[in-house]
Ligand binder design. Structure first.
Ligand SMILES: *[C@@H]1O[C@H](CO)[C@@H](O)[C@H](O)[C@H]1NC(C)=O
Ligand SMILES: *[C@@H]1O[C@H](CO)[C@@H](O)[C@H](O)[C@H]1NC(C)=O
Ligand SMILES: *[C@@H]1O[C@H](CO)[C@@H](O)[C@H](O)[C@H]1NC(C)=O
Ligand SMILES: *[C@@H]1O[C@H](CO)[C@@H](O)[C@H](O)[C@H]1NC(C)=O
Ligand SMILES: *[C@@H]1O[C@H](CO)[C@@H](O)[C@H](O)[C@H]1NC(C)=O
Ligand SMILES: *[C@@H]1O[C@H](CO)[C@@H](O)[C@H](O)[C@H]1NC(C)=O
Ligand SMILES: *[C@@H]1O[C@H](CO)[C@@H](O)[C@H](O)[C@H]1NC(C)=O
Ligand SMILES: *[C@@H]1O[C@H](CO)[C@@H](O)[C@H](O)[C@H]1NC(C)=O
Ligand SMILES: *[C@@H]1O[C@H](CO)[C@@H](O)[C@H](O)[C@H]1NC(C)=O
Ligand SMILES: *[C@@H]1O[C@H](CO)[C@@H](O)[C@H](O)[C@H]1NC(C)=O
Ligand SMILES: [Cu+2]
Length: 381
């Protein structure tokens, strides 16, 4: 909800007043061989520090412990194709150094989501004025890695212009109660190739945001949907399906061109974002599921938190012992998800079972709102 007002402010007023967080030195990493053969490099950028407030015992709101941060994104390159994205979160130690390990739910830090917004493009699914800026990439605590090239088998990426202004909006939640704010940084790992350095021509990929909260849900309601009362098993679909005929317009940097002709596209990637409690996101074309974004829980210790036990009856302070709670640690990404053209209708349906997997709750045990987002990258076929 906080993020939605930031997004609509960006859409309507631009980046004026945006503060620039520190951009730490860029780290050069090694791209896997199939990517390096295409001239693709891998770097990690780091921005922050961001002070994430502690949870407060008497705050029953959804946003208890939440810090929302917006800043100019640290970009890996200009006039280049970004072919892979992922996010991380790390702690800033008391001496100012950035932790070597990820900050994750086992130590009380939860990446609600991080979004990249390109102020110089138009969104494929949400029309202007709100969609006068483009949702370029997003992920949550699952920290999905999206590789538009599918391990070097496609020469395609998100084209970043010399002058594009890209904003990072991050919502990070501190799950620790009353311990004071904790400083973190947001890292991004990028695969990219300079337009001048590529060994062959790269196609420009269009991000397409499909959301159970509707085409403009990110801007109007933070993509959040309330859990239905007294129901632990439920599914939500996008209210109105989306057709790619509008997407042709978003290829151009100047998207006032509404006469663009319908085109055919390849769906290079279909990624998903869900909240704890979810089973999967179905991404469907004309009613047929094209990609099942199945959520997997607790694959590594970073994704398992300890929940303190209840007090023993009649013995306040004597706990029954803590239990382990697993959280979404990955969501299946579909590469090469077929083709699409102007008359197709795309939709997403999020399936939740809060009995099978506990969702996020407020301090008084109310279910927090959930999300169901599909992110496609298309190229013209
Ligand atoms: C071009 O690629 C090579 C290796 O792949 C790299 O060392 C060099 O810095 C790149 N140049 C630019 C302008 O990105
Ligand atoms: C929680 O309690 C503190 C201290 O009494 C008070 O200042 C604060 O406003 C309360 N916060 C909420 C969200 O009720
Ligand atoms: C900073 O603090 C961390 C955590 O205590 C420690 O691991 C690291 O070595 C320290 N770095 C420096 C440069 O002092
Ligand atoms: C990109 O958007 C920013 C902010 O709205 C604007 O100042 C800048 O002129 C734009 N650049 C181009 C090339 O349109
Ligand atoms: C990418 O391709 C290389 C070489 O074909 C292979 O060794 C590697 O396992 C592949 N990686 C993934 C993630 O599929
Ligand atoms: C926005 O999300 C909240 C849950 O956070 C929900 O209660 C509300 O109905 C939603 N509003 C709209 C307009 O979708
Ligand atoms: C949900 O359950 C509570 C308690 O059992 C009840 O008071 C409430 O009316 C129910 N709400 C709905 C929408 O059924
Ligand atoms: C975008 O196109 C419109 C209409 O053709 C034109 O007036 C405007 O100057 C263009 N803007 C940019 C930034 O190219
Ligand atoms: C608008 O798009 C169409 C089809 O892509 C193209 O033929 C036309 O030249 C574009 N018009 C402008 C003003 O860019
Ligand atoms: C929800 O999960 C519970 C626990 O795993 C299971 O018993 C139940 O059958 C599931 N409900 C549905 C409708 O799948
Ligand atoms: Cu989310």
């Amino acid at each position: 909800m906080i993020a939605s007002s930031l997004l609509s402010a960006l859409a309507l007023a631009g980046s004026g007043g945006l503060s620039g967080a520190t951009h730490y030195p860029v780290e050069q990493l090694t791209a896997p061989a199939p990517l390096a053969q295409l001239g693709i490099q891998r770097t990690r950028t780091t921005v922050g520090p961001f002070a994430v407030p502690a949870m407060v015992a008497n705050d029953t709101s959804d946003d208890n412990g939440m810090g929302t941060f917006q800043t100019f994104a640290a970009l890996p390159c200009r006039d280049c194709f970004i072919t892979g994205f992922s996010y991380g979160v790390r702690y800033v130690e008391a001496n100012g150094t950035v932790s070597a390990d990820e900050a994750n739910i086992n130590t009380g830090m939860y990446l609600h989501h991080a979004l990249l917004i390109n102020l110089n493009r138009t969104d494929a699914t949400c029309p202007p004025p709100l969609g006068g800026v483009q949702r370029m990439f997003g992920a949550g605590n699952e920290r999905t890695y999206v590789d538009i090239t599918n391990n070097g088998t496609h020469q395609a990426g998100y084209y970043l212009n010399k002058d594009d202004v890209v904003v990072l909006v991050a919502e990070i939640m501190n799950m620790q109660m009353g311990s004071g704010a904790r400083n973190v940084v947001v890292t991004a790992t990028w695969d990219y190739v300079a337009a001048s350095n590529k060994t062959a021509s790269f196609a420009s990929a269009i991000p397409v945001w499909l959301d159970i909260d509707g085409n403009c849900g990110s801007f109007t309601n933070g993509s959040e949907v309330a859990v239905p009362a007294n129901t632990s098993v439920f599914s939500y679909s996008m209210p109105v399906p989306w057709s790619p005929d509008a997407a042709a317009a978003s290829v151009a940097v100047n998207t006032t061109n509404t006469t663009a002709t319908p085109k055919n596209y390849k769906v290079l990637v279909a990624a998903s974002h869900l909240h704890d409690g979810a089973l999967q996101l179905d991404i469907a074309k004309n009613g047929a599921t094209i990609c099942e974004g199945v959520a997997t829980y607790g694959q590594t210790p970073e994704y398992i938190s300890e929940v303190p036990g209840e007090d023993m009856p009649g013995m306040p302070g004597m706990s029954m012992g803590s239990t382990e709670l697993t959280h979404i640690s990955s969501i299946h990404v579909c590469n090469d998800a077929g083709t699409t053209s102007s008359n197709d209708k795309w939709s997403v349906t999020a399936h939740y079972n809060l009995t099978e997997h506990q969702g996020l709750e407020t301090v008084n045990g109310q279910a927090k709102p959930i999300m169901g987002i599909g992110l496609l990258f298309l190229i013209e076929a």
